[in-house]
Design a protein around this ligand. Structure first.
Ligand code: ADP
Length: 312
């Protein structure tokens, strides 16, 4: 299965634990995080490419190097000559509350899909994963070009579209545009991976049943609605929910939803049913939130695998 992950990877700056003037640099981003965790879980069962644009700066080099280290193909990453990769910083106050600050308005990824040649790359894949953040950072024409391409490939060659809305209000010019494009993506999605909070926030719904009703109206047959510590519920004919593992030592919930997505997709690739895929997704997220930052360091991950923390 050849899967394209389409989105923006940025450099994350986080304060080092012992010295508030020292920072750690690491690549991150919603689609990027999901790609990394899916490859780690699925190994040779998934042939994963990251499709994006980065700059010619050393930090962009770091993003590409990290992807290659994770055995994710980077041939479809364009190097923009005039822009750099985006950047964000996490500040943590005395009580442990985190705030995020972004420098991404002029990032290279903002120039994605400005030509038909760039969307043509997607013809090579069986599935495409993208998020509402991917859509939000694109200009109007590029967004329309991408969505039309996905729709035509879906009809022509059975491309599978996988979507997570990851609604971030400040990335969108206005709520109407966010609702319109997110709605279009949900209606198109073969696998839908929404979060309850994001959906209620964007669509102004008051309850989970309203959200579930809307997903029925799109005709979504595969996917899961993430509900934080409460455990996810499957989308489709007969929704099933799965009790999530209890996590006593939650350190940082960054990338909880992204790693959940990866676990769910790995479950589907392994031929599991919805409940089995949710179980793997929840186990994956439960481990990721025990570590600081979006990506669990490779040695820790390898230890989790050897301790059989996931039932793969
Ligand atoms: P998002 O990060 O997209 O907002 P959620 O907050 O719903 O998504 O979290 C995604 C998944 O992470 C949940 O479905 C659950 O499996 C797991 N998760 C999040 N918080 C907890 C928690 N406190 N305990 C156990 N699992 C959690």
């Amino acid at each position: 299965m050849k899967i394209a992950f389409v989105g923006e990877a940025m450099i994350e700056l986080s304060q080092s634990a012992n010295d508030r003037d020292a920072v750690n640099l690491s690549p991150a981003g919603d689609v990027y995080n999901t790609a990394v965790y899916l490859k780690r879980l699925a190994g040779s069962k998934a042939d994963i490419s990251f499709c994006s644009a980065v700059g010619n700066d050393p930090y962009s080099d770091r993003i590409v190097e990290f992807l290659e280290h994770e055995e994710i193909a980077t041939g479809d990453i364009r190097r923009d000559e005039t822009r750099n990769c985006g950047l964000y910083a996490i500040a943590t106050d005395e009580s442990g509350e985190r705030s995020f600050y972004y420098w991404r308005d002029r990032s290279a990824a903002r120039t994605l899909f400005e030509t038909d040649r760039e969307t043509a790359v997607l013809e090579m894949f069986d599935a495409v994963f993208l998020s509402g953040i991917t859509l939000a950072i694109l200009g109007d024409d590029a967004r329309r070009r991408l969505m039309e391409k996905l729709e035509s490939l879906q009809k022509r060659s059975g491309l599978q579209v996988i979507f997570d809305s990851n609604y971030r209000q400040r990335l969108w010019l206005d709520t109407d545009a966010a609702r319109y494009w997110t709605g279009q993506a949900w209606a198109m999605a073969d696998i839908a991976l929404p979060s309850l909070d994001d959906e209620m926030d964007l669509f102004g719904e008051q309850s989970e049943s309203e959200v579930m009703q809307r997903f029925r109206s799109y005709g979504v047959r595969t996917g899961a609605l993430k509900r934080g510590g409460k455990g996810a519920i499957s989308l489709g004919e007969e929704p099933v929910s799965v009790e999530p593992p209890t996590v006593m030592d939650v350190v940082d919930t960054t990338a909880a939803g992204d790693s959940f997505n990866a676990g769910f997709l790995a479950g589907i690739l392994f031929g599991r049913d919805a409940a089995g895929s949710i179980a793997l997704a929840q186990q994956t997220a439960a481990q990721v939130i025990r570590f600081k930052g979006a990506i669990v360091p490779r040695p820790d991950w390898d230890r989790l695998i050897s301790e059989k923390s996931f039932e793969i």
